[in-house]
Write a protein that binds this ligand. Structure first.
Ligand SMILES: NC(=O)C1=CN([C@@H]2O[C@H](COP(=O)(O)OP(=O)(O)OC[C@H]3O[C@@H](n4cnc5c(N)ncnc54)[C@H](O)[C@@H]3O)[C@@H](O)[C@H]2O)[C@@H](O)CC1
Ligand SMILES: Nc1ncnc2c1ncn2[C@@H]1O[C@H](COP(=O)(O)OP(=O)(O)O)[C@@H](O)[C@H]1O
Ligand SMILES: [K+]
Length: 445
């Protein structure tokens, strides 16, 4: 299922537009938090850390529900509640409230309700140290909405942040749940449906629906992927194999010298034209080296193109791509080489890049994003860090080129490729080499 991602501002608007009162939203949030804890553990000792705002308010509500479920609950508050809602939630709790400090005793279950979307500055050093200590001593840690210390829209860590087992996002995911470095601190991320109903162009990329192959179809129906080799054969060979194993009907490699070790089914030729009507998608860049004329050649084709790696570095001006049908797959360095320094969060940068070249941009990294010029933004679910090894990007470009050649729309193909790539890495284990990803592709495509 696709999960919506809302920014801080969108979340606040959605809260105001909700059909029920804010108090009711908080009641549902606290109840959902209690439910999540009860699902993960039999009744035992719980420590709720309550902050001064509504995140703290959620904590008081959760405490009440957990106690009703038989949990032995303590609350340690950083300060008295400040918002009206939090004051009400505090009043409805008739148990004791400790003052949070150096001497606060840990418990096997820790619920962090210190700060959520309202965090405006780093936690004080002493508070951050206390939070780290209590989380370390707990067996099950859960963050309410966001781990405290994380900036909602950028995913930046403003102070030391524990790595939680579970984060319960309230109403919708926020960018930080799917941006580095914050995402690795969230653990499993569940969304509590508290009655917020807001649409957004931002979402977490979900398992794709791939185009079915026609039973009576021929190889071109399944997509002809045309790759242009350059100076280094290894990278384009990986991309070609990935294309073939992602279900392309035909993979053809233009190369001046035959590349050894490729399956015979991948056709290698030094003859041919990028004008071939049957081409479903061109792929240029992996191992291209310093042969920028390949970019010019590809751009003469009236066909979809994937530009990866060296091709991205050699495009020159992003506006050159306007009017063409291109997917770009830059990592951080390649994005900078083509677009220069762009201000803002990774999400902002991805969207600006897509706008400037008027094409789909797959902005890779530990937190890969897929941006479309119309403002759609897909956030990859977490993928194994074992992907940080040479050649995995070449595999990704091969997968995306195939999905494009199979008839998927550019944005859909890019999102689907990123999802499949991440799942292939999960199957390949750790450590992995790029070739292992290819072996996992047939089951996923
Ligand atoms: N969005 C929604 O629909 C709902 C939001 N709720 C909760 O409300 C939260 C947002 O509540 P708030 O806007 O009150 O914000 P928070 O509760 O996240 O924190 C804001 C409070 O903390 C103080 N503060 C911020 N950074 C601090 C720091 N580093 N050190 C010390 N004090 C600091 C602020 O001055 C303010 O008093 C959400 O994360 C969520 O948990 C829920 O109650 C229910 C529904
Ligand atoms: N720490 C990480 N966690 C998850 N995925 C990662 C991480 N580092 C890199 N990746 C992914 O691995 C791939 C690396 O691609 P790229 O940087 O182009 O490498 P190469 O050029 O060697 O193929 C990208 O899909 C990227 O998103
Ligand atoms: K929190």
């Amino acid at each position: 299922m696709t999960r919506t991602i809302l920014t801080l501002e969108q979340m606040r608007e959605a809260e105001q537009a909700a059909e029920c009162s804010l108090g009711e939203l908080m009641e549902r949030a606290g109840e959902a938090l209690a439910e999540a804890v009860a699902l993960g553990s039999a009744p035992r000792a719980v420590l709720v850390l309550a902050g001064p705002g509504n995140n703290g308010g959620d904590g008081y509500v959760a405490a009440r529900h957990l106690r009703d479920r038989g949990f032995d609950v303590r609350i340690a508050a950083l300060a008295d509640p400040k918002s009206d809602l939090a004051v009400d939630a505090r009043t409805a709790w008739d148990g004791e409230v400790e003052r949070l400090g150096d001497d606060t005793k840990p418990a096997p279950i820790l619920i962090d309700c210190l700060f959520g979307t309202g965090l405006s500055r780093p936690l004080d050093d002493a508070l951050a140290a206390t939070l780290m200590r209590l989380a370390e001593r707990a067996e099950f840690t859960i963050a309410c909405d966001l781990p405290s210390g994380i900036e909602t829209d950028s995913g930046a860590l403003l102070s030391d942040v524990p790595e939680y087992d579970l984060t319960l996002a309230l109403g919708a995911l926020k960018p930080a749940h799917r941006l580095s470095p914050a995402m690795r601190h969230c653990g499993q991320v569940a969304v509590a449906d508290i009655g917020i109903d807001a649409a957004s162009d931002w979402f977490e990329i979900a398992e794709p629906v791939l185009p079915p192959a026609r039973p009576e179809g021929h190889k071109y129906d399944r997509g002809l992927v045309q790759l242009l080799a350059g100076e280094m054969p290894g990278a384009i060979a990986l991309a070609a194999k990935a294309a073939a194993r992602s279900g392309a009907g035909y993979v053809r490699l233009f190369t001046s010298q035959p590349i050894e070790g490729l399956p015979d089914a991948i056709v290698q030729t030094d003859q041919g034209s990028v004008q071939d009507e049957r081409i479903g998608c061109l792929l240029v860049g992996p191992g291209m080296g310093d042969i920028p004329v390949l970019i010019t050649l590809a751009l003469t084709a009236p066909k979809p193109i994937v530009f990866d790696a060296d091709a991205i570095r050699h495009v020159g001006d992003p506006e050159r791509l306007v009017g063409h049908d291109v997917i770009l797959t830059p990592h951080e360095g390649e994005l900078k080489a083509l677009f220069g320094d762009i201000e803002g969060s990774k999400a902002d940068r991805a969207l600006v890049a897509a706008q400037r070249c008027q094409n789909v941009v797959v902005y890779k990294g530990a937190d890969t994003l897929v941006a479309a010029p119309d403002g759609r933004l897909g956030f990859a679910p977490p993928a194994p860090s074992a992907l940080a090894t040479a050649g995995t990007g070449d595999v990704l470009s091969g997968i995306i080129a195939t999905l494009r050649a199979r008839g998927m729309d550019a944005f859909e193909a890019a999102c689907a490729g990123v999802w499949i790539h991440g799942r292939a890495a999960e199957r390949a284990g750790d450590p992995l080499i790029a070739d292992d990803l290819i072996a996992a592709l047939p089951d996923l495509t």
